[in-house]
Design a binder for this molecule. Sequence first.
Ligand SMILES: *Cc1c(COP(=O)(O)O)cnc(C)c1O
Length: 747
Amino acid sequence: MTESRVSTRRRRLPERPETRGESSVPSSTRRSAPPARGDRRSVWTRLDAIARNLWWSWNPDAAALFRYADPKLFHASTGNPIVVLRGLRAGRREQLEADLAFTTAVARVRGRLRDYLNEETWYDRTCRRARPGRIAYFCMEYALHESLPWYAGGLGVLAGDHLKSASDLGLPLVAIGIFWHKGYTRQRIDEDGNQHDRFPHLPVSDTPLRELRNRNRRPVTVQIQMGDDRVLAGAYRLEVGRIPLFLLDTDRPENLPRHRALVDVLYSGDRDMRIRQEMLLGIGGWQLLQTLRIPVAVYHLNEGHAAFASLERIREERNRGRTPFADALQAVRRTTVFTTHTPVPAGNEEFDPHLVSRYLWRYGRLIRIAHEDLEDLGRVKPGNKREPFGMTPLALRTAKYCNGVAALHGEVARRMWQRVYPREPVEKVPIGHVTNGIHLRTWLHPRMGTLLNEFLGEGWEDRQDDPARWAGIAEVPDGVLWKLHVALKHELVEACWRHPPHTARDPATPAAALDPDALTIGFARRFAPYKRAALIFTDPRRLARILNDRRRPVQIIFAGKAHPADADGKAIIRRIVRFSREPRFRGRVVFLEDYDMGIARHLVAGVDVWLNNPQRPREASGTSGMKPALHGGLNLSILDGWWPEACNGKNGWAIGRGKDHNDTPATDRRDADDLYRILERQVVPLYYDRDEDGLPHRWIARMKNAIATIPAFFNTHRQVKEYLTHYYVPAMRNAARAPQEVSNAAP
Ligand SMILES: *Cc1c(COP(=O)(O)O)cnc(C)c1O
């Protein structure tokens, strides 16, 4: 990653990126003569190559090319390079071809992408020993960029960030998911605060997906037996840097309509549909890897949705050489990693036994065990006929390497699933933890990136998980950091004024009254009720007093979607939107509709405070608070998920004393009370405590503390390396020791 330098997020090309030190422009492309004809054509080839690798999404110089090519189209398509390239008018194309600065920038970015794909990686340098195969990563959702709406929230963001770091580090990883034709809900909020759900169709031609075809140009397909039906799935390939992501698709004319509809909308439909979606992911994903002859050593099931992959693998083991069931199960376990993300029991996927019988009845026969024994694999207590079939027990039983996503969540998961290991005391339950992180470059505002280059030194990204690297932030003059922060906050408020994009500043909307200089609190995430988005409205009068202090104004920006079927989540949105329209909260409380990664990037770069108040311990990790910390935003959070590991008393604030929520209104009142008290006595006074130079030095000290202490650990480079050392490498060794595991794989 020698070339991953930052420039400011330039609205306009042409100009040299503000890289420090020597220019990254290869001298051969710095020509003064007009481009030759061949070059005119090659600019489009180069742009196409850039557009077809999601690497552009974490390299602002690359994204800037498409923005420059057609700013209107760029914004209208939520920053979709494929749509921009296709939609350019002939006149604009000619202009761009003749625009030497543009064609030069294109050649330079294309060169950087090529270097990125070819250079020796961290993995090459540190794990030189030949490994027996790839890591296959399965997940239901991936959040890679807002133009590819195949995610609902944190799980998808985590998976997307995992792939990007795996790419940067050079891990031999391939990923499996589903192509959601209509993505996830696009939220519209009406006058009364009701969420309306739209599911616009995103055609393949608007994406960088390539359909997989065999040598005869025929689509590659796999078959999944779902009960009595054979379902055919095709697949697409998406390049995420060095990592291929394969997305399965059942929308094919050969399939019954009910199976074609499987891939419409993420997390939609009834249980009958969900079990088939999970069969598609787990079983279809495994089939696809076989069909493509990709040698896989390790299977990583990211959340229980993909656990049917283990059944398919047991079947395969059994068929090969008539392996006894116990041995087949062991072979699968020793090479499977399972990450659980859900400390809420109801959030763990379960299926009625009748659905399992309907769709998996053949599996008992194929695996050559009784159907009851098959069902027992998904039960906490084998033999308990009333217990539904749980994907988490199935995953735990078929994976040797299991983990939660924060230290606290590891503990909770061990307690929660202890009954699956009746012989183990709770502290011996084999569920560890790898604390989540974020892909720093994806979430880093380019201007902050420039500052980090200057004070941490070029190449800091390669050492981002070294805390010593981040100490350099102490050297930033207070005025410099503050000036940047104020600029990013202005950018945020301006983005809110123009939200939804493309609208002029409408003085009638609450957002128009936002004040770029007021203390700004952000709250944005899925509106799952346990996250208690409306907690801060527990005492509206007290809140109004805090927000409307004339000399010390405070404003809160909310964003987030409720699941389309979640009436409680929608009621919370309605409540907040209605508050935002009351005169006492006008311009002080704003709800931005249709939360996505793009809005998230603006928010996390510009807010002063990031609020998080879930019912402890229901937030497995949470990652959103790691994003503002990278920009000096201060977390104000319940001690849940990742925050107990990060909070040192100087890089943010803890709400409450780390007691669990006991589902009584009294606990909500207690937490709300603490939240108000911290705002009144600490946050607001500290923010408005200015010295003679106009700077809040004590606040800035906290900002620096947050930057120095949080991103160094809460990044996906560190996360991916932990998965590698604790789980992937041991599982790879097991795979190497069990030759039958990989014998059918082509080189
Ligand atoms: C980071 C992020 C999340 C995760 O938020 P949590 O507070 O961790 O639940 C969800 N959605 C988007 C768009 C994000 O960027």
